[in-house]
Design a protein around this ligand. Structure first.
Ligand code: CTP
Length: 408
């Protein structure tokens, strides 16, 4: 289940917008992941970042016009060689031109030749993104199969803020990695709610009880689901990773906040994936000021209460027509008598979720880029096991989710 960009050729198109400089980080990230990268800037983008930058970062010659490198028919070769074409930033003008199938420069010509997956990451002012012409162009391009996640919301070029910010370069590289191994858009039209990370339970204003979850698996899942066309909401508990492209993010801290967010959101989603490590116990109440040591006492007792089991609540409250498809996660290790899989079978039957993904943490996965999982159904039957990068494990799970949700 290897999933990296080794041996893959990625063509990076850069359009003329202020966010063009961020594409330099995308090119670096793609090369670090092992890809061969060819950059095709539009002529106007060279006003923002020059050809030398792209040649140095990609290690390949750069052409912008169809009358350059004519002897090698560069636009045809680049379009045909590519395993993925990625346009970042994609301006409103470029989306309009590509919708029309125009090909007056090297990038638009190469795109008309390419038969591989194409991903475009928009960046423009909010008004341009929300203009009916852009809305229509985006919709047509998506229908044609272009992967076109919504831009981030945040600070734009001037003092203004709103939707239109280029996705984080690291998130664009993660999207590229997932897109290269994805089944195209089999989750289109599905709304998926994913919890990720680890909750923190405050003891006082400076201390908390937490856990080692990095959020990488949940974020990889959100990214992979978005690449496959799902509308994804991510409830992130204390995760420092960039938001996956096109994903709506709700940040939470404690188990109670996570429970409230999942409960509020679950009814309008078709599936809920509980990948977060949620505290089972929390202090009965956080102290208003920092807890001090008591001189002469060599022990301190904490009074903990059980938190709400969010997964159990989702399972027990199902039955109504709006009930989403429910996926639980479980970190398992074996002991002297039973292996991790046996414990996972027992937990799958106990939990009652439609699918249970058992993380085999015997060899340590926290913070790692790899994972080892067993996917079981509600009866504890093993459907599939796999080991690999967190994005390939994500696709393994989403294959099952898609199969069941699309075929019943
Ligand atoms: N979970 C939850 N709410 C909690 C604790 C856990 O929704 N308060 C969810 C996790 O997100 C995960 C699943 O429950 O999807 C399994 O968590 P785990 O801690 O392995 O399950 P437990 O029931 O706590 O099992 P154990 O008895 O092994 O601790």
């Amino acid at each position: 289940m290897a999933s990296s960009l080794h041996g893959k050729t990625v063509v990076v198109g850069v359009c003329g917008g202020i966010a063009a400089y961020k594409a330099a980080h995308v090119v670096r990230g793609l090369r670090a992941a092992g890809a061969t990268v060819h950059v095709i800037p539009t002529p106007s983008s060279l006003e923002f970042v020059g050809r030398a930058t792209w040649e140095a970062l990609s290690g390949n010659p750069v052409h912008t016009g169809v009358f350059e490198a004519v002897d090698s028919v560069a636009h045809v070769n680049l379009g045909k060689q590519a395993d993925l074409v990625l346009v970042a930033p994609a301006t409103a003008d470029f989306l309009a031109r590509h919708r029309q199938g125009r090909c007056e420069d090297m990038l638009s010509a190469a795109l008309l030749v390419a038969t591989c997956p194409v991903a475009m990451f928009p960046a423009m002012h909010t008004e341009m993104w929300q203009h009916p012409a852009t809305v229509e162009n985006v919709s047509v391009l998506r229908q044609r199969g272009v992967l076109l996640p919504d831009p981030d919301s945040g600070r734009l070029t001037g003092a203004d803020t709103g939707p239109g910010r280029l996705s984080d370069p690291e998130a664009i590289v993660a999207f590229a990695r997932a897109a290269i191994s994805a089944k195209p858009r089999d989750l289109a039209g599905k709304r998926i709610l994913i919890s990720a990370g680890g909750t923190r339970e405050a003891l006082d204003p400076v201390r908390f009880i937490g856990n080692h979850s990095s959020g990488k698996q949940g974020f990889a899942l959100a990214n992979a689901a978005a690449v496959r066309g799902a509308e994804v909401t991510l409830v992130a508990a204390n995760v420092s990773l960039p938001t996956p492209c096109g994903v709506r993010r709700i940040d939470v801290t404690s188990a109670a906040e996570l429970a409230a967010a999942v409960q509020r959101e679950s009814a309008r989603h078709d599936a809920v994936v509980m990948a977060a490590a949620v505290a089972d116990f929390a202090p009965a109440g956080a102290a208003a000021s920092k807890i001090k040591k008591t001189p002469g006492e060599d022990a301190f007792t904490l009074n903990l209460q059980t938190t709400q089991d969010v997964l159990r609540t989702l399972v027990t409250e199902r039955g109504q027509e709006t009930s989403p498809f429910i996926v639980g996660f479980a970190a398992e290790t074996g002991d002297a008598e039973k292996d991790a899989l046996t414990f996972a079978r027992e937990k799958a039957r106990r939990k009652g979720a439609d699918l249970l993904v058992a993380n085999d943490v015997s060899r340590g996965v926290f913070g790692s880029d790899n994972n080892r999982v067993h996917i079981l159904d509600a009866a504890g039957e093993l459907l599939v096991s796999g080991e690999g990068s967190k994005e390939s494990v994500s696709h393994l799970l989403l294959d099952r989710v898609s199969e069941i949700m699309n075929n019943g």
